[in-house]
Design a protein around this ligand. Sequence first.
Ligand code: ADP
Ligand code: ADP
Ligand code: ZN
Length: 215
Amino acid sequence: MNLVLLGPPGAGKGTQAKRLIEKLAIPQISTGDLLRQAVKDETELGLQAKVKMETGELVPDDVVIGMVTQRLAQDDCKAGFILDGFPRAVGQAEALEDLLASVGRGLEHVVSIEVPEEELVRRLTGRRSCPACGAMFHVSFNPPKQSGICDACKGELITRADDNEETIRNRISVFRQQTEPLKDFYQAKGLLRGIDGSGTPAEIENIIAKVISKA
Ligand code: ADP
Ligand code: ADP
Ligand code: ZN
């Protein structure tokens, strides 16, 4: 199954993608994770992306499209994929459509997770991530057993540099301006599945399971 998870920062895309990996046995492709790895490795692409990411602006389309093109060509994507954080702009969505069409494939569902802005800010200011294994926590909503330590790998948890309130507000505004138009784009193609993302992770997982099981 070829899926896109669409939604503002903090909507729970990463959290739900991790649950879907196990259920559907297909990989998660997170452009945010790929970009953070490139920044860490100090590749040319990473250096290009760093300043944009720090301020919450979008990295140029050609950079992320190139990354996703390479990733989707890998063997583990043959049975399907979960795109998390891509596409984020109409140009990216068009490039994805062409890319998939060129190999006789297409998207099945674009799940749009809707969460009110103040809840997004609460979720992102409390988010703690494990750079070693990618696990995600929240200081109140999903705290690790031991404060600051990853349950899964015992690594040290971090607060992402862009998870501060000023940058969060900017990321939400960038979402409204550049990413939200994708809802109309996919609605027109009959692919959009809008869901309420304000419940618990388990509740949202069930809602997603229902919408993607329908033809
Ligand atoms: P996104 O990938 O859309 O930016 P995340 O999955 O990283 O969102 O979630 C953002 C933060 O909110 C994380 O700290 C996560 O633990 C927490 N979170 C995710 N889903 C929920 C939920 N349904 N209710 C409360 N907190 C949540
Ligand atoms: P979140 O989980 O909060 O939605 P991500 O980890 O997906 O954030 O993305 C972090 C940052 O990486 C974004 O603010 C943006 O600068 C960059 N980024 C990620 N995906 C894309 C994309 N598809 N296009 C442009 N920039 C992107
Ligand atoms: Zn970990």
